[in-house]
Design a protein around this ligand. Structure first.
Ligand SMILES: Nc1ncnc2c1ncn2[C@@H]1O[C@H](COP(=O)(O)OP(=O)(O)O)[C@@H](O)[C@H]1O
Ligand SMILES: [Mg+2]
Length: 278
């Protein structure tokens, strides 16, 4: 399935580079403790880890959404196309080509699906015809949204709202989408369907994705590269195919162990001890 996996080589341009960032909430709560990651152009990069690991905080740091949460990047740097972006507001980010799809599917409940999609085009100045074409493009990826285009978003299902949120992001013609927890609250079959669509948008439209997911299993099947976060630190990273085969990842994130989830770091040292003893 992943034959087209881009291998990390010097030819692939890095779009987004997060370098050793620290994030503090309310001036005291240190949540990210030196997170670094790179997002290559044209790839799907996954940010993995359990609840509270710091995935959403990382995405919000990138798209400058921390202020409203009383959060602040206190160390490190974030660059997009080599330009420091920590002073850009979310609207600037959209103009640079970076758009975030928030966790929990933020649609406007009182607007129809189609009106929601059109709000995604608000920063564009390339005219109605181009916007209408892109609306058709979105409907081609999400036929379900076409069927529901006249429905008030608040009355559509969780899956349809997730699709609407992604479709709305696509309407800004982004270069990069930051996608937070697309699987949240959805049935497995729907999760699969949404990831398939992400994959085809990535391949056919060339949109770069950085996606945060607790569902390691599905994310590693669709992503090219993954970073595992735990307690605000990257504890492991590598090509998705390698992470899928990694014994520690299998035991602790792919549900192949029923010892319960302790800390990933504990497991690694436990495994090291075990190897040493045997
Ligand atoms: N606005 C906030 N104020 C204080 N602490 C927060 C805030 N948002 C998140 N946190 C804390 O930061 C940590 C990481 O949260 P988050 O980035 O949402 O993790 P994830 O998305 O991986 O579940 C958690 O311990 C959470 O309680
Ligand atoms: Mg989150």
């Amino acid at each position: 399935m992943l034959d087209a996996t881009p291998t990390p080589d010097a030819q692939v341009e890095t779009l987004l580079e997060v370098n050793n960032i620290e994030v503090i909430y309310n001036s005291v709560i240190l949540v990210l403790k030196g997170v670094s990651l790179k997002v290559p152009k044209g790839g799907i990069t996954a940010l993995l880890g359990g609840n509270g690991a710091g995935k959403t905080t990382t995405l919000k740091a990138i798209s400058n959404l921390l202020h409203s949460e009383r959060g602040e990047v206190t160390k490190g740097s974030i660059k997009y196309r080599n330009v420091p972006i920590h002073k850009s507001d979310p609207a600037d980010m959209v103009k640079r080509g970076v758009v975030q799809v928030m966790e929990g599917r933020h649609c406007f409940e009182h607007l129809t699906i189609e009106e929601n999609l059109l709000t995604g085009a608000y920063t564009r100045s390339d005219g109605k015809a181009a916007i209408a074409r892109d609306l058709e493009m979105v409907y081609s990826y999400f036929p379900r949204l076409h069927e529901r285009r006249k429905s008030q978003a608040g009355y559509t299902s969780g899956g349809e709202q997730q699709m609407c949120a992604i479709g709305r992001a696509l309407m800004s013609r982004p270069e990069t989408i930051l996608l937070d927890e697309p699987s949240m609250g959805l049935a497995p079959q729907l999760v699969e369907q949404i990831f398939e669509i992400v994959k085809s948008v990535n391949e056919k439209e060339g949109v770069t994705f950085l996606l945060a997911e607790q569902n390691t299993n599905v994310a590693l099947r669709f992503a090219h590269y993954g970073y595992i976060l735990e307690s605000g630190r990257v504890v492991m990273d590598g090509p998705a195919a390698d992470l899928r085969e990694n014994q520690d990842v299998k035991e602790f994130y792919l549900g192949m162990s029923d010892e319960g989830r302790k800390s990933f770091r504990d497991v690694r040292s436990y495994r090291r001890r075990k190897r040493w003893l045997s």
